[in-house]
Design a protein around this ligand. Sequence first.
Ligand code: F0G
Length: 349
Amino acid sequence: MYKGIIERYRQFLPVNDKTPIVTLCEGNTPLIFSESLSNEIGLKIYLKYEGLNPTGSFKDRGMTMAISKAKEKGATTIMCASTGNTSASAAAYAAQCGLKCVVLIPDGNIALGKLAQAMIHNAKVIAIRGNFDDALNLVKTITEKYPIELVNSLNPFRIEGQKTGAFEICDSLKAAPEFHAIPVGNAGNITAYWKGYQAYRAAGQTKTLPKMLGFQAAGSAPIVLNRIVEKPETIATAIRIGNPASWKSALAARDESQGLIDAVTDEEIISAYKRLAAEGVFAEPASAAPVAGILKYHRQGYFKDFKGARIVCTLTGHGLKDPNIAIKNVGQPVTLNADIAEILQEVGI
Ligand code: F0G
């Protein structure tokens, strides 16, 4: 029976016999070969579909570790700031093991599904008049002063858990890919994947390392611009972040892997989002950023010397997280009378 990422990758994770493992059987997500993207780019493109985690995002990999370690330590309350997915995951794992969960979210800028998740799992949800960066600063200050466990990716156990995404990819491909493309918001996940690829190579499981290709949204691209963005904006609310906590380690992942971190526009993100959906894969807008990114770099000829190479894109969250944006981009269904003739006419039969 599959028991989640901690049991599967125990030897690579800082747990011991006394750590109470809190799991919802996260991980073990599909690596989907994209024929259409592969044909267009001329390389092998794979989609690591993290939307199929228990709460619908990659955050569950980090949360099983952070919550298990919080339990081990005897914590009673956890807290995070979130653009939505971290709060949904924290709320679910806290609910499973009876911890109190407090989340700060930016007022009006979190996708409906994520808000619903945090609320239904009984977290104390506080929308603050400010953005994610303001919320994270508050959470840092509060958790430094009071006996509350911080479960944002500043918590090193989050990164430890998230690095298992890289392990699964290498296990599936029987090697590390040549490129790994990933959205960058608070920059924890690019940090985690790079750590995972390095750990797997050090353990002799793989022989090579991928180039890390990180993509921010153009209106929220502090790492690309090399300065804090005071008022980040993007349709991809998950990565609407102007001052990433793991900024330095994202730069290290970029430079050590000889990769890059660049920006894609909201138009490019929505176009990639619709394209993924058109091949049956529903991922939230932030997750489409790496796909938009590799298409942009393909147009610029970046991959022309890498024939036969593999690119893995992490699709970080499920499309159902943000139903409003889907409807907004495709419109409403036609409404007809309950009449066969009308239906056949509409279908064109
Ligand atoms: N994709 C999705 C769907 C996310 O929810 C996030 C981050 C990212 C990408 C970026 O990952 O922050 O590790 O660089 N969401 C956080 C949250 C900030 O609060 O849910 P990152």
